[in-house]
Write a protein of this length. Structure first.
Length: 318
């Protein structure tokens, strides 16, 4: 979990790191929402017992936020699981369970979290959908941790089926070239290759810095259907999701020798491109069918923010 820049005082409270304070800035109150489908219905009593042995033992999940002027601290507290495990009363005759789940999660994004308790919730929805018999919905404030640390914590809370006391094991990828021992000629080439990589990294950094400054000063995004009007950030959001096959993603990953994140990012970029191409095609006035043509402007400029995990150690981060 993130602890960079944090420190403890005499009362056991821990100051929030600069990254955590950023997530509490006005109009930037970020949450992480995770949806997990189950093959069977969920027993809240069993879930409560499991959380008592795992999640609430972690200091971030058993501390509440204390705001004193500009200071923000994590204050250890006693967790009442009844305040965090939410089981809504559902109508047995819901016509569209999938639509209900989307509406339910979208509504969650409009409700601020209660600062009088630790900033996480678990919603148990025993409703059969097209993908699962029941749904878990975790809502966790982003100041508690990032996606990588929370996934590591989730893995650490599980156990092996053949050994209930053992932590799960995951493969660790070896660094390429770790056993490389070059000859004298190979050492020269390796030296020049290293110099070239350093120079290229410096050049790319300078280009990124110039583009960043230009973006702040004058380089603006092209006005597209993706860019909403003034005040769109204050309107209610909809949370729409689709299930995809992890085996299909792994197939592309292995064929192209890239990561799963690369595949998902590529799929997202392709989907946005097709959406924009369709929108620009429908706005054509020549009456022709534009769906199979390239309708995007030639000089279109779009920016995106991609968060990258820089942790050097793979595996479970305890």
């Amino acid at each position: 979990m993130e602890t960079a820049g944090s420190s403890s005082d005499d009362q056991g409270m821990v100051k929030l790191s600069p990254e955590s304070r950023l997530f509490h800035a006005p109009r930037f109150n970020c949450h992480i929402i995770a949806i997990i489908g189950c093959k069977t219905s969920i027993n809240p009593s069993v879930v409560k017992l499991g959380l008592e042995q795992t999640l609430i033992k972690h200091p971030r999940f058993s501390s509440k936020l204390v705001v004193d002027g500009r200071n923000m601290k994590w204050n250890p507290t006693t967790v009442n699981l009844e305040d965090h495990i939410i089981v809504p009363n559902l109508d047995a005759d819901i016509e569209s369970p999938d639509q209900f789940i989307e509406d339910y999660i979208s509504h969650l994004t409009t409700i601020p979290m209660d600062l009088s308790k630790p900033l996480w919730e678990l919603h148990i929805i025993n409703l059969k959908t097209s993908d699962a018999e029941a749904i878990w919905v975790f809502r966790i404030h982003h100041s508690i941790g990032d996606g990588a640390s929370l996934m590591s914590l989730l893995l650490a809370c599980t156990r092996k089926t053949d050994d209930p006391e053992a932590l799960p094991s995951i493969p660790v990828k070896k660094r390429a070239g770790s056993s490389f021992s070059p000859s004298s000629d190979g050492l020269v080439w390796w030296f020049f290759l290293s110099i070239w990589k350093i120079l290229r990294m410096i050049w790319n950094s300078l280009v990124d810095l110039v583009l960043f400054c230009a973006t702040i000063l004058f380089l603006k995004d092209t006005k597209t259907p993706l860019k909403g009007p003034q005040g769109v950030d204050l309107k209610p959001r909809r949370f729409v999701y689709r299930s995809v096959s992890l085996d299909d993603i792994k197939l592309v990953k292995n064929k192209m020798n890239i990561t799963i994140n690369d595949v998902i990012l590529g799929v997202t970029q392709a989907g946005l491109s097709q959406y924009l191409n369709r929108e620009y095609g429908e706005n054509k006035k020549d009456g022709e069918t534009q769906h199979n043509k390239v309708n995007l402007p030639k000089s279109i400029l779009l920016r995106a923010t991609v968060l990258v995990n820089l942790r050097p150690t793979p595996g479970i981060q305890l």
